[in-house]
Design a protein around this ligand. Sequence first.
Ligand code: PLP
Length: 392
Amino acid sequence: QPARKPRGRQFFANPGPTNIPDSVLLATAHQTVDFNDPNFIEVYDACVAGLKRVLKTTQGLFLYTGSGHAAWEASLVNLLSPGDRILILESGYFSISWANMAKDLGIEVQSVAADWRRGVDMAAVRAALAADTAHGIKALCVVHNETATGMMIPIPEVRAALDATGHPALLLADTISSLGSLDFRMDEWGVDACVGGSQKGLMLPTGMSFTGVSAKAMEAHKTSRLPKHYFNWTNMLARPHRSFVGTVPVSFFYGLQQSLRLIEQEEGLENVFARHTRLGRAVRAAVQHWSGNDGPQLFCLNPGRYSDSVTAILMPEGLNADALRSVALQRFNLSLGGGLGPLGGKVFRIGHLGDLNEPMILGTLATVELAMKVAGVPHAPGGVAAAIDALA
Ligand code: PLP
């Protein structure tokens, strides 16, 4: 490939990390301050309160310097003991990665298998819980929005399965690519621990993650025996910020203060969700149009579970998604997400979450269509017009 000579602004259409608003970038570029300085504590406390509002919880919150994997690990080591069993609802690459982490930590993993294009069957979830009459399953883990496949799993239905079977397992939810983009209600949905990260709907750089923690989860934490230190919630509660075993990453909080201002005050959380719904629908309208002429298709085959923050697009048989992504990037400076795990080369992904509007999504879709034409990928031309119709 010839060296890329980007002109204009890169269109960054990855499903995370995402575009960072200029005002958040500027806020993040803050001079170092002492993390115990009362002026900083004020900013910190306001951020923690704001993050809880976005999570829709009045319960606990712990923050970590580390990407989403850190919060995944924190949720497991703080709640479980060696040999405990968890039930994980398979959704795709990220559910499997969380399960693999649990296995590495000495946790026994039971999965509810699923067709990645249709998503887990709630009857199978209920059956797995009902069969566990001895209540050996200590936690049920679900990825709210599977970033690898573009599918949202309805958490209230998972809660209902636990309630219907009277199963006492903790409910753990990964909200990494849903929080601040799709509706999520920790307390109302009875989630005991939820995992979130800075670099998606919150529109911040990568490197900070957190877990919302229910009172029931805090009780379970007291008897959990998996080894932990940096992620130990008890250690954290003894620290001045009641989070972070170590230096607090202050610049994140100046950025978070601004992103919360944008989400809650300038736009409004419910309007943020509505914007993601609109943009997600437009992307799907384009892909559904392209799928004519044996073109690429929506990977997700379950309309009730379409993700409004990311769309995975399945290439026609025999064509490599990464070749198309390479044309988009090298020739047109459009960065698209790739396929993960077994979907590598088979799908490409358009992220439509975070700091995004109609012109950005239309520019992305037009450039995907251009790249398909240049790369010789069959498709029905006119996907952008379909997206315009969806938006108008
Ligand atoms: N869970 C989901 C749903 C994700 O999309 C990601 C990353 O994209 C992760 C977990 C892992 O987070 P991180 O890459 O920030 O460690």
